[in-house]
Ligand binder design. Structure first.
Ligand SMILES: Cc1cc2nc3c(=O)[nH]c(=O)nc-3n(C[C@H](O)[C@H](O)[C@H](O)COP(=O)(O)OP(=O)(O)OC[C@H]3O[C@@H](n4cnc5c(N)ncnc54)[C@H](O)[C@@H]3O)c2cc1C
Length: 418
């Protein structure tokens, strides 16, 4: 028996692949709904996303969507939509080719010329910060206005606090980047093709809902796991009111919750998980009539705005008038203490500053995401007791394609086909 703790996308995708392999399993989810941080819903008739706004269309994503019969509900953003960075009073287009970069006003000529030195800089070092690496390779201006907001934006983190060996090394490996980042790009024709972005007609929640419907017999909702302890045949997983015996237990809940589950059995491991920092984010949905077309914008690190970025759901997926602003993150953790009305006002004022357009808030919520910063050093050399497994966004890549891939690989490991 395999017990999966948590019914976010990691746990649900794992349950799906285990079912395909005929492995006996059960999934225990604390809340009354599937999806974890994936949450879509309607406010004043507008479809809003409080978690992921979009997914990259990878082979694994498309395959799962097909298996669940959701292909006709999948929607893809128009290709070639521009992405912007707000800097110095206006939005500036992010260049996706060498020619566009030379024409761009996102950084000045001194910054552009500085980039030419990149092939002469040394290779990334595991112990340096992500900010230090980017600054010494591409210069301060390109870091602050381009790479910093785009990379840090993925985690709502501050790259000053992210360490290459802990949070960037795997990305560099994936893209085959060793010493120079620029030369491989130029060899590929100097162009970056941003991946297609997709969602579903009724929002990202469609995916976990379909997984939960398909596997409902093996899912318990409102079943928060309080404790995992060693048992005669592996482990006993307890919700307080029910106990399950398992040879394998898969941990997918956020780090702090997982630490609670393991405190009695593995106090040292639990202590390490408690050290992992999560970044606070305020998600403010705005309604505005703008005529803007694009993916949205990130804010330059040279600016002091509380807004980190805004997704333009209107032009991405035709959700008329909807814009999703992310406020806070590692650079402005004080958002946690601000009231909803204050956050709404800040989001509106900063949206006007960046776009010149009026807006009004239609929803304000607090979210958090794993920071993947220096506190991830707590996981160095981590070994788990036999039969315990981790499948989460704090252990490997947090994006949805990464979640699906890890779940599929773990299912193959736990239930190999004979
Ligand atoms: C605001 C935000 C925006 C994002 N945007 C994007 C994006 O645009 N594109 C993209 O690809 N990715 C995005 N991500 C990342 C991605 O959505 C997440 O990494 C991923 O959905 C996490 O899935 P998970 O199953 O690992 O964790 P979670 O979704 O956190 O699921 C964990 C589950 O465990 C449950 N749980 C907690 N405690 C217990 C317990 N004691 N017992 C049982 N169950 C428990 C929780 O209720 C939850 O359902 C975003 C994330 C956030 C937060």
């Amino acid at each position: 028996m395999i017990v999966i703790i948590g019914g976010g996308i990691s746990g649900l995708a794992l349950a799906h692949h285990l079912a395909a392999r005929g492995a006996e399993h059960i999934l225990l989810e604390a809340s009354a709904r599937p999806g974890g941080v994936i949450r879509s819903g309607r406010v004043e008739g507008h479809l809003l996303e409080w978690g992921p706004q979009r997914a990259r269309v990878t082979e694994g994503f498309r395959e799962l969507v097909g298996e669940l019969g959701l292909t006709d509900q999948l929607i893809t953003a128009p290709s070639g939509l521009p992405l912007y960075v707000y800097r110095n009073g206006r939005l500036r287009k992010v260049p996706f080719s060498a020619a566009a970069f030379l024409r761009s006003d996102i950084i000045g000529w001194p910054g552009k010329l500085r980039l030419a030195l990149e092939p002469f800089t040394s290779a990334p070092r595991d112990e340096e910060s992500v900010a230090a690496l980017f600054t010494r390779k591409i210069g301060r201006e390109a870091y602050e206005n381009l790479v910093g907001p785009l990379y840090g934006g993925l985690y709502a983190s501050d790259p000053e606090d992210m360490v290459v060996g802990l949070s960037l090394r795997h990305v560099l490996r994936e893209f085959g980047l060793r010493r120079s980042f620029l030369l491989p790009l130029l060899r590929r024709g100097g162009k970056i093709a941003p991946p297609d972005a997709c969602s579903f007609r009724e929002g990202m929640q469609t995916l976990p809902d379909a997984l939960a419907r398909r596997h409902h017999e093996r899912i318990r909702f409102s079943a928060p796991v309080r404790e995992v302890r060693p048992g005669a045949r592996g482990y006993v997983v307890s919700t307080g009111s029910e106990e399950f015996t398992a040879e394998h237990v898969v941990l997918t809940a956020p780090a702090a919750e997982t630490a609670e589950q393991l405190t009695g059995m593995a106090p040292e491991l639990a202590e390490r998980l408690r050290r992992l920092r999560y970044n606070p984010l305020a998600v403010v949905h705005l309604h505005a009539q703008t005529g803007l077309r694009g993916l949205g914008y990130q804010v330059s690190f040279a600016e002091s705005l509380v807004t980190r970025g805004v997704t333009w759901n209107d032009s991405l997926f035709g959700r008329t008038g909807v814009y999703t602003a992310y406020l806070g993150g590692a650079r402005h953790p004080e958002v946690m203490a601000r009231s909803e009305s204050e956050l709404g006002e800040v989001a509106v004022a900063e949206f006007r500053l960046a776009t010149g357009c009026d807006a009004r808030p239609i929803s304000v919520a607090h979210e958090r995401m794993p920071a993947w910063d220096h506190t991830w050093g707590a996981l160095a050399g981590l070994t788990l007791p036999a039969g315990l497994h981790i499948c989460t966004n704090w252990e490997s890549r947090p994006g949805l394609p990464g979640r699906l891939l890890q779940a599929k690989r773990l299912a193959a490991q736990l239930a190999p086909r004979s």
